[in-house]
Design a protein around this ligand. Structure first.
Ligand code: FE
Length: 202
């Protein structure tokens, strides 16, 4: 199977964000996207090789191919975005490294970035993503209202914030702001630096 669920990259409990939330988030929601990604891939494998009459009926209002292609980007981005999200959690929130230097240059200061990033988390309905945009060779924060909406192709996610309600409602109720505050204190900047170092080679 091409998509495989990865274990959480950290073992410790997070500050504020409960084990229960992480367990539901990882074991149910994330794994669900992996399962669906594989289910759709299996169907698309058959369509790609055999057609099965699906290609002839392709239609943008409604068709089996449209349903599969829409589900594909939703499920696969659901897998990838969650992996980026989990990857930068489990740290102490101590901002250090080359990424912090680059952030200070791009956004004026680390404080400016943190303020902006948190606000983007309040402005988005799904995701706030600090990315390395390979087209301009610079850091950009892009936001998405769904897994398959708002993403910018050629931008590599570095620090990913999930602002769907399932990420915080058990622990914070509707107080998304408090969740985002705690998210920042759980950031693993070493992990973020490692992604940034790889991303900026593109
Ligand atoms: Fe999520």
């Amino acid at each position: 199977m091409p998509y495989e669920a990865k274990p959480l990259p950290f073992k410790k409990s997070l500050k504020g964000i409960s084990d229960k939330t992480m367990q539901i988030h990882h074991d149910k929601l994330y794994q669900g996207y992996v399962t669906k990604s594989n289910e759709i891939r299996e169907k698309l494998d058959a369509v790609e090789k055999l057609g099965n009459g699906t290609l002839e009926k392709a239609n943008q209002s409604y068709s089996d191919l449209r349903a599969m292609k829409d589900g594909e980007t939703f499920a696969v981005n659901g897998v990838y975005l969650h992996e980026y999200y989990f990857n930068v959690l489990g740290g102490e929130g101590n901002a250090t490294g080359s990424l912090v230097d680059a952030i200070a240059i791009e956004f004026g200061s680390l404080d400016n970035f943190v303020k902006y990033f948190k606000a983007c988390g309040l402005a988005a309905r799904g995701w706030a993503v600090l990315s390395w945009d390979t087209h301009v060779g610079a850091l950009r924060v892009y936001t998405a209202d769904a897994h398959n909406q708002g993403g910018v192709w050629g931008a590599i996610p570095v620090i990913v914030l999930d602002v769907y309600e399932h990420a915080y409602f058990i622990d914070y109720g509707s107080d998304r702001k408090a969740y985002i505050e705690d998210y920042m204190t759980n950031l693993n900047w070493d992990a973020a630096n490692a992604v940034y170092e790889r991303a900026k080679r593109f």
